[in-house]
Structures are given as C-alpha cells and as structure tokens.
Design a protein around this ligand. Sequence first.
Ligand code: TPP
Ligand code: SF4
Ligand code: MG
Length: 311
Amino acid sequence: MSAFNAIGEEREIDRDEFTPGVEPQPTWCPGCGDFGVLKSLKQALPEVGKTPEEVLTVTGIGCSGKLNSYLDTYGFHTIHGRSLPVARAAKLANTDLEVIAAGGDGDGYGIGGNHFVHTARENHDMTYIVFNNEIFGLTKGQTSPTSPKGHKSKTQPSGSAKTPIRPLSQSLTSGASYIARTAAVNPNQAKEIIAEAIEHDGFAHVDFLTQCPTWNKDARQYVPYIDVQESDDYDFDVTDRQEAAEMMHETEDVLNEGTVLTGRYYVDEDRPSYQEEKAAVGELPEEPLAERYFDDDAEWERSYDLLERHT
Ligand SMILES: Cc1ncc(C[n+]2csc(CCOP(=O)(O)OP(=O)(O)O)c2C)c(N)n1
Ligand code: SF4
Ligand SMILES: [Mg+2]
C-alpha cells in the first residue's frame, strides 16, 4: 500500500481541518498582519481542494516562521533564510506534495536572498509567501531589506541610508512565473491570490504586506490600498513581461510615498516548472522518491558511481 495514499483523495474538505487539534495560542501580537496570512491560507487551501495531508509548509525564522505551528499541514520550521532549499528538496522527493514556503522579508530577501533568486530562476513548482513587514520583527524591529530609506530603528537610529530592494522586480528578473502582492488588510484579495498561487504550476511568489504594530509604528498600516486589477487608473497585461515590469516599478516607487498598490503583476502559464523539465529529460522517478523510505525492498541507485569515477 502506498505511504502517500491520502494524496489525491477526493473528499469534502472543511476549513477547520487546517486548525491543529490541540490549538496552540498564537504568540503573535494583537493586530499583527501575520494573522492575515494564516487566515488566507486556511480559506484558500480547502477552496482549491487540498487536504492537510497533501500540503507541506516550510518556514524560515522570524515571527513569520511560526506560521506552520498554527496551520495543520505537514510542517518544517527550518533555519533562517533556508525555507526555499528545504522546500525544493521536499518537492523533488515527492512531487505530489503541495509545497508552500514562507518567511519574512529579512528571511527571504536578506539572508535567504540567494535562494530566492535561484528558486525563481529555476521555476520550482511551489508557492512562496513573503511576510513583508519592512523590519526584522522577531528580533525587535531592526532595519530589513524592505525598510524604506530614512527608516529609523535601533540599528539605524539616524535613519537608514539604504535604498530598499524591489521584491517584485527582482522576482520578475530572476524568473518567477507568478508574481503578486497582497496585504493582510485586504483579506478577500489575499485569499484569492493565495489560491491562484497554489494552483499555479511553477514558482509563485506572493509579497504579502503584513503590518507590525509593535515594532514598525512608522509603517503605514497599508490602508487604503488599491487593487490594480480593480482600479480604472491602471491598465496592463499581466502576461506581458514589459508591462508587468513597468507596473511593478511604479508599485515599488509609490509604496514608500504612501500609495499601496496590490494585485497580480505577472502570470506566465506557459513556462514549464523545474519538475516538468526534470521529468522531460528522464531525471524524475515516476514514483515519488520519498515512497522508497517505506519500502524495505527498495533498491537505491546512484546517478553515477562515485567509486568508478575515482578509480
Ligand atoms: C543565521 C541567523 N542569523 C540571525 C538570526 C537572528 N534572527 C532571528 S529572526 C531574524 C529576523 C527576522 O526578520 P524577518 O525575516 O523579516 O521576519 P519577521 O520576524 O519580521 O516576520 C533574525 C535576524 C538567526 N536566527 N539566524
Ligand atoms: S513583533 Fe510585529 S511581526 Fe512579530 S508578532 Fe508582533 S506585531 Fe507581528
Ligand atoms: Mg520582517
């Protein structure tokens, strides 16, 4: 019998299934935007027909990293900035898994920035949610890669002299095939975007604006926000790379002036995912590799024989 026989099973799914049986009390502060990510995932996962046992949530370190303590899926709370390599390995070992990687702006755009660029470049099939509160929340409010220029914190008391990174533009340049920005203050849009990202085949990056009322009182609470798909002021084609690039640039420019633009920015349904590319060249086992751990008779082979190579 397959160890993964629950995967792909057709049945009614209730949103409450994603709440752990013994419910830990979230240690997030009252009013934290992280609650918005948790809620949108709990709504989106059953909507796209996923059961808890079909999903793996991999998180980095930070307030954001606590996500999988409060979400009843398989979980891996890994080290700072390393959610993506762990998520990639898990997806390659079991391509049937729905893999969601998540972490903060410091985690993903700072210490893990290298993994972000290359996971997007290779178009690994997963959803990547970055909780963007424009600071290091867990360690008490230091400047992060998305803190605006001039932002005052304990590490930059006179105001940051650094220009923030452009997460949407960087994602596009690197090769992500679905790119969106949403905000915890916009729960309906957040749920829809998370559902689309999960259903997308390829690397789906969601920059999720999450307010930190405790350590980032300077930050706008992302209200009012404008949905670029809903507004008559913006008209661009999300499948056109050039138009998407221009729209992202504008979005990143105006955020620090107080105009919060959100929505879908780029969608490429044609580009094959890394997993599809690997399967096409015959380098992905038909049965999930992870199955072999449950099979005492399984034969393990090397892609090449190391001893032979060194003699
Ligand atoms: C290798 C390493 N360096 C530094 C830290 C300390 N540290 C823990 S969380 C964190 C920053 C978290 O900021 P962010 O990723 O934005 O997450 P948030 O808490 O804002 O959700 C840092 C620097 C660590 N845990 N590991
Ligand atoms: S410190 Fe900020 S990011 Fe962390 S739980 Fe509190 S409000 Fe949320
Ligand atoms: Mg942060």
